[in-house]
Design a protein around this ligand. Structure first.
Ligand SMILES: *[C@@H]1O[C@H](CO)[C@@H](O)[C@H](O)[C@H]1NC(C)=O
Ligand SMILES: *[C@@H]1O[C@H](CO)[C@@H](O)[C@H](O)[C@H]1NC(C)=O
Ligand SMILES: *[C@@H]1O[C@H](CO)[C@@H](O)[C@H](O)[C@H]1NC(C)=O
Ligand SMILES: *[C@@H]1O[C@H](CO)[C@@H](O)[C@H](O)[C@H]1NC(C)=O
Ligand SMILES: *[C@@H]1O[C@H](CO)[C@@H](O)[C@H](O)[C@H]1NC(C)=O
Ligand SMILES: *[C@@H]1O[C@H](CO)[C@@H](O)[C@H](O)[C@H]1NC(C)=O
Ligand SMILES: *[C@@H]1O[C@H](CO)[C@@H](O)[C@H](O)[C@H]1NC(C)=O
Ligand SMILES: *[C@@H]1O[C@H](CO)[C@@H](O)[C@H](O)[C@H]1NC(C)=O
Length: 497
């Protein structure tokens, strides 16, 4: 009995811990947007929505600079145009890595390079050069001693798989056997991961009514409509899970295992005009929020239940500059002013235990610098906000932008004064958010201090930011060793219960 209680405690602990390090939902940032905000404004928007992972489709210097010291993890991309040169010459790959990776790490946390975008299906003639390009980049990373931190892979669409249902019978299109085998060999030997672009929206539309819309939108299906794989008898609650399992099974068919899948793109268009009636704001809201809930539960698809499904949503903003169909211009989550298109629960607000009924006052993305500077001066002056944390060397100094400093000062003022009538306005440059803007060791006034909740916060006198974070790392390390060991045993432990 005691043993069982202990086991339950361990499993509970593993569950909580895996939330702290568990699956993430990131966002893709494309740029065919006519009034694209500046890079610092984009980063302020990411912050305001607590987005912790982004994928860029290039290695834009402005973005990589703006993302420095934010704690946001970044996947950069080699464009399809660049693949050829990098595949042909190792020196081109080395130059690319120096210019776009080595110049930014560690300040900017670049963790992966996506080599091209759906090269095998959009540029079949370039397929022969794809693996050499990946390999040249990897060698350049090894030479810079960055290969442990930065992984190399290439995003594939579902079109590389001949038939995706039932998932257990899925295989790669045989004409791609040799290229995909080389890719898998590369991913396996470099401990990288498979990048999958998985769009239930397109699969649903293509299926012409074979699959119910609810299945694509993660809604519960009535017992008679359950989607079951006849070979494995796995029940599929969502098409998203089925597409991922189809890919795992295709990989297994080529005799590879132990290569995790990361979903580099998925999403739902919020408008499609009369030719795409299922591209609606209501469906997009359902898909995205259900997706976030699905991924955040940390479980894998039925064939790989222990492998979390890290996922990047496509995409941050609507791309009004794209050509037809209309849906192509309507995949965005947010307007360029940072307001979401529909109710959206991004970020890990529940996971970090922020008090969702509390509100914060931050600088409005896009507010002009002059007005922000005036607002900041007023808040730290007459407004009597405590602006110590945004001074050089203090936890909220980086990123060193007006947007960030004003947000911190506005919020400190607002938290202290709202009880006595203080407002969140600052000449129209401020707005209220319920999302806690805190990041890393920068805690915004009014933020709950718990970061995961499992570890006692070091209850010691005033400590500098560096010694405080060193102590946290220490505690985390100890916790990691104990918990990782226990959690690795989790599957076995469950069988005792
Ligand atoms: C970068 O991200 C990795 C992966 O999550 C993490 O382990 C590492 O601590 C981060 N590095 C910095 C400098 O934030
Ligand atoms: C496999 O790929 C080839 C060449 O790209 C294509 O012609 C064929 O239709 C594909 N087969 C299937 C079943 O998707
Ligand atoms: C591709 O691989 C599959 C599965 O291993 C095999 O059945 C098929 O014969 C291969 N096709 C070619 C063209 O190599
Ligand atoms: C996978 O392994 C099986 C069993 O060893 C073998 O029969 C099959 O040919 C292999 N397939 C490939 C694509 O290597
Ligand atoms: C997580 O999601 C999977 C797939 O939908 C589901 O089978 C599982 O029960 C969920 N787990 C929890 C703890 O909600
Ligand atoms: C942001 O832009 C959208 C669309 O133009 C608009 O509806 C919304 O009111 C704006 N939000 C703010 C806070 O200005
Ligand atoms: C959240 O904050 C509000 C106002 O500060 C407080 O009344 C409420 O009890 C808090 N809720 C939780 C769950 O901490
Ligand atoms: C959060 O931490 C700060 C300083 O470490 C402290 O002054 C404040 O009271 C704490 N707030 C809560 C809600 O624990």
């Amino acid at each position: 009995m005691m043993f069982q209680i202990w086991l339950h405690a361990v499993l509970l602990f593993c569950g909580l811990f895996s939330n702290a390090i568990g699956a993430f939902v990131g966002v893709n940032i494309q740029t065919a947007v006519s009034n694209m905000p500046s890079a610092p404004d984009i980063v302020a928007i990411l912050r305001a929505h607590q987005i912790t992972h982004v994928r860029l489709f290039d290695a834009d210097a402005h973005m990589l600079n703006a993302l420095a010291n934010t704690g946001i993890e970044v996947m950069v991309s080699v464009t399809n145009q660049e693949v050829l040169g990098i595949g042909e010459l190792p020196s081109t790959a080395a130059a690319w890595v120096n210019k776009n990776i080595a110049a930014y790490v560690p300040s900017t946390n670049i963790t992966a390079i996506a080599v091209g975008s759906e090269v095998l299906t959009t540029l079949p003639h370039a397929a022969r050069i794809l693996v050499p390009a990946m390999s040249n980049l990897h060698k350049a990373l090894v030479a810079s001693n960055l290969n442990y931190q930065v992984k190399v892979s290439t995003p594939n669409s579902m079109d590389v798989i001949s038939r995706s249902f039932p998932p257990s019978a899925a295989t790669f299109n045989t004409t791609l056997n040799s290229t995909i085998t080389q890719i898998l060999q590369f991913l396996k030997s470099t401990k990288s991961f498979y990048m999958l672009n998985a769009y239930p929206y397109y699969e649903y539309v293509k299926s012409n009514g074979i699959f119910p819309l609810d299945y694509a939108l993660f809604k519960t299906l009535s017992p008679v409509k359950q989607i079951v794989d006849p070979n494995t008898l796995f029940h599929y609650n969502s098409m998203f899970d089925a597409l991922i399992d189809a890919t795992y099974n295709s990989i297994a068919d080529l005799n590879f295992s132990g290569i995790p899948i990361v979903v580099t793109e998925t999403g739902w268009p919020s408008f499609g005009g009369s030719i795409e009636p299922d591209a609606t704001s209501g469906n997009a809201e359902l898909y995205i929020n259900n997706l976030i809930r699905r991924v955040s539960n940390d479980s894998g698809p039925p064939s790989q239940p222990a492998v979390p499904i890290n996922t990047y949503i496509y995409e941050l903003f609507n791309e009004d500059k794209r050509a037809r169909p209309i849906s192509e211009r309507n995949w965005g989550l947010l307007y360029t002013n940072g307001t979401s298109m529909y109710d959206l629960a991004l970020g890990n607000a529940e996971i970090t235990g922020a008090n969702s009924s509390s509100s914060f006052c931050i600088a409005r993305p896009g507010a002009d610098d002059k007005s922000l500077q005036d607002g900041l001066n007023w808040a730290c002056g007459n407004g009597q906000a405590n602006c110590a944390a945004i001074q050089k060397g203090q936890p909220c100094f980086n990123p060193d932008t007006l947007q960030n400093h004003a947000s911190y000062a506005y919020n400190d003022y607002y938290q202290k004064m709202r009880g006595s009538g203080g407002t969140c306005d600052f000449g129209g440059t401020a707005s209220i958010t319920t999302v806690d803007p805190s990041y890393g060791s920068c805690r915004f006034t009014g933020s709950s201090n718990s970061s995961g909740g499992m570890f006692p916060s070091p209850a010691l006198g005033p400590v500098g930011p560096s010694s405080e974070s060193a102590r946290t790392v220490h505690i985390l390390h100890f916790g990691t060793i104990v918990v990782a060991t226990l959690c690795l045993l989790q599957v076995n432990l469950r069988s005792f219960l």
